[in-house]
Ligand binder design. Structure first.
Ligand code: FAD
Ligand code: NAP
Ligand code: SF4
Length: 682
């Protein structure tokens, strides 16, 4: 065995009746597979793959203790013995694979997306259309009984324990704060009354399940609502939960209605572990910390500083089921790192799609997207080492094909070389590090600085040719666009051309937003470092008080993004809200950040001309000139098809993937998925 590089991660955790082999918990994630009976074999395969990957303990997505508490009309629940069978098949498979698994019991309360929801008081949430019914005293008792019954059924189903979801603004959290709890009975009013519900749930559950069963309580340690719990209340609850018989307390950060980013890529790594450390001073049971921990050196540092006894990572296990085994073997450079984009996981869940992963399209598709050894070894050319080409080349090579990967640039990555320069997107560099290492491991013959034409491909006799040549920027055809003040996003982000103080950005898609973010920041480093962004800066910007003096960690604080480096105006022709097409769970972060940095957003714009005075536009009947130093064009992209067409003319077939196939609404999720699936099938 090699000398362990991460001794704190691999120190077993003794819970008295059982010992966890390491300090890594796979946090609860709703995958969408739980909700349909026919998807349980897929769900089982998903957990088994992660159990084999060595994680110490896994927690399922939220399972409702009764119908009213379920997230959506047909969402998963565990309420009767008939449902035990399918859970049992899954837990048996996980145990056979050497894993341990707890079931999360989640009662949505007013966050439920159906008209039968219940809550402490009949107050609608800002993120759901349904007003919940306020519970009577016996109604509250019935919910507690549901939790206890659900825990008993989980025990019968073979789980190693349960997690009581007490955070993120769900049912239990709703009892804890006057914002959502206006009751005057024994469940409302004083904090002692408001916390009675979670304490009773844990106490009665412990009584029902006995000593040798894990009870994790997910405690909202910082609500990030101005009328959330104060720190004294949080500590009081933590101590009461320990007394009531929990085995572990897990850290919950923020409510779903919180307007501070908690897990997006712009949140610095391990930004919230200081909150768990603060709680550690007041309780003695093991504490799990959470949010934006994605690499072993980060997890190790968190544990070594004593911030927590365990680290929870959820999305990193979508990105790489073998995360723990790779860390144990001292091979962190082989980890496919979660870049916290939310594009294929959370954004999917909010659109009622099965969760997957942008960097690992097999996540959630383990039974169907199989990477098997090739039956016949082929010689394959891949043109373009952007995300699509990288995924195709390394997947094909892993299957045993002989792969040559060409790129005209002097480095791999295609457009990711621009994405990773955007402040808050530093994580994207990890994907390129991962693919770099995969190229070495799988023996892909990488030829950089090679602009490929049809002749070259014809000379070198390939069995298959994959064109992943990406895109070319769209020409918006604005009169005067060859003026010296006009730049493209490539000039700004890749070629680092100087940009003046006043800038107009034409096009408010993902790239227009990213370019604006880049322009309002000063001193953006040439080489992104995902460890670099500092938690202190982030909390100042978003108005979070690290002293936790006010309620919810934000009371009395205002966002402070500082002065923008440039005056930026972002424009589009559509009259709809700018940024409406950005990610479901991250678009609001981009919009809020740019607004706080004084970016002006104009819709319904006609571009008339560009000259020495600046950019002349018309909005409705009003014409005006934006006196700017530079105009940056981000007007979308078109597929780069010249090579594919030349091959076709020579009668040579090729496969088109990524932007070269379809540029409209292209993102790296589609590029990597398409590249992987094609290579899995060749
Ligand atoms: P590309 O990345 O464009 O790669 C094509 C490659 O082909 C290039 O390296 C090029 O040099 C090479 N090539 C072309 N022609 C030849 C030839 N004849 N010979 C040799 N090599 C050739 N997507 C997301 O999902 N999430 C994001 O947050 C995100 N942010 C972005 C931010 C910015 C600033 C930008 C610019 C893009 C962003 N994207 C994002 C989009 C994402 O990067 C693209 O969807 C993805 O890179 C497309 O992959 P691809 O492999 O099809 O093409
Ligand atoms: P895009 O999202 O298609 O946006 C293009 C923008 O240009 C739109 O605002 C469009 O708005 C404008 N436009 C289109 N034709 C124009 C014309 N002829 N003249 C002037 N303006 C024109 O494309 P993108 O911003 O280039 O991004 C490319 C891809 O990368 C996108 O598909 C996106 O998914 C991906 N990406 C994703 C992220 C992310 O965070 N997920 C970030 C960056 C990029 P009007 O037509 O209204 O003017
Ligand atoms: Fe992480 Fe993005 Fe994959 Fe979600 S989709 S697990 S955020 S890399």
């Amino acid at each position: 065995m090699p000398e362990p590089r991460y001794p704190h991660i691999f120190k077993p955790l003794d819970l008295g009746f059982t010992t966890l082999p390491n300090r890594v918990l796979m946090g609860s994630m709703h995958t969408g597979l739980e909700d349909r009976v026919w998807n349980w074999p897929r769900l089982t395969a998903y957990f088994v793959e992660r159990a084999r990957g060595g994680v110490g303990l896994m927690v399922t997505g939220g399972i409702a203790p009764n119908r009213r508490g379920s997230l959506a009309p047909l969402a998963s629940k565990l309420t009767n013995r008939w449902e035990v069978m399918r859970h049992r098949r899954m837990t048996d498979a996980v145990h056979e694979a050497g894993g341990r698994i707890c079931m999360q019991i989640l009662h949505a309360g007013r966050y439920a997306y159906h008209p039968f929801s219940v809550a402490p008081s009949p107050i609608k949430s800002p993120i759901t259309p349904f007003k919940p019914r306020g519970l009577s005293d016996s109604g509250v008792e019935a919910q507690i009984r549901s939790f206890v019954r659900c825990a008993r059924l989980a025990q019968k189903s073979g789980y190693d324990g349960i997690e009581v979801m007490g955070s993120e603004g769900y049912f239990i959290n709703q009892f804890l704060v006057p914002r959502t709890n206006r009751r005057k009975d024994r469940w409302g009013g004083s904090f002692e009354n408001r916390m009675r519900l979670p304490v009773e749930i844990v106490r009665r559950t412990r009584e029902a399940v006995g000593e040798n069963f894990i009870i994790i309580y997910r405690l909202s340690m910082i609500d990030m609502l101005a009328d959330g719990n104060n720190w004294e209340e949080v500590v009081t609850l933590g101590q009461a939960i320990e007394q009531a018989g929990a085995s572990i307390i897990n850290t919950g950060i923020g409510w779903h209605e919180t307007r501070v980013p908690t897990i997006a890529t712009s949140v610095p790594r391990a930004a919230f572990t200081w909150v768990t450390r603060k709680m550690r001073e007041s309780v003695s049971l093991p504490l799990v910390t959470s949010n934006r921990i994605n690499m072993p050196h980060t997890a190790e540092a968190v544990l070594a500083r004593g911030d927590a006894d365990m680290v929870s990572m959820a999305r990193p296990f979508l990105a790489d089921p073998d995360w723990v085994n790779k860390a144990a073997a001292n091979r962190p450079e082989e980890i496919n790192t979660c870049i916290a984009c939310n594009q294929a996981c959370l954004d999917h869940v909010f659109q009622n799609k099965v969760a997957s992963c942008l960097v690992n399209p097999r996540a959630g598709h383990e039974t169907e997207l199989l990477i098997r050894p090739a039956e016949r070894k082929k010689r394959i050319a891949v043109v373009g080492a952007g995300p699509a080409g990288l995924a195709a080349a390394t997947t094909a090579a892993r299957r045993g094909h002989s792969v040559v990967l060409f790129d005209q640039a002097d480095r791999i990555g295609g457009q990711f070389n621009m994405a990773m320069r955007v402040p808050g997107k530093e994580e994207f560099v990890e994907t390129l590090r991962y693919f770099s290492r995969q190229i070495e491991i799988t023996g892909v013959d990488l030829r950089l600085g090679t602009a490929v034409d049809a002749n070259l491909l014809q000379k070198e006799k390939f069995d298959e040719i994959i064109i992943a040549a990406g895109v070319t920027p769209r020409d918006p055809g604005i009169p005067g666009q060859d003026h010296a003040s006009v730049l493209s996003y490539i000039d700004v982000l890749l070629h680092r051309k100087p940009v003046g103080k006043r800038v107009a950005v034409i096009g408010a898609g993902g790239i227009g937003f990213d370019v604006s973010e880049f322009l309002v920041h000063s001193n953006v480093p040439d080489t992104p470092d995902p460890d670099h962004p500092q938690a202190e800066d982030f909390f100042r910007q978003w108005g979070v008080d690290m002293e936790l003096n006010g309620r919810g960690g934000v009371e009395g604080r205002a966002p402070d993004f500082g002065q923008p480096a440039r005056e930026v105006t972002l424009l589009q022709r559509k009259t709809s809200k700018l940024g409406a097409g950005l990610g479901k769970t991250t678009g609001w972060i981009h919009r809020t950040s740019l607004k706080n940095l004084d970016v002006k957003m104009l819709g319904g714009v006609n571009y008339e001309r560009i000259d020495d005075d600046g950019l002349h536009i018309r909005i409705g009947e009003e014409s005006r000139c934006l006196a700017v130093d530079n105009i940056v064009i981000c007007a979308g992209q078109l597929p780069r098809r010249d090579l594919a067409e030349a091959l076709k003319e020579s009668g040579i077939d090729s496969h088109l993937i990524g932007g070269a196939d379809v540029a409209a609404e292209l993102d790296a999720k589609r590029a990597i998925d398409q590249g992987t699936r094609l290579a899995a099938a060749l």
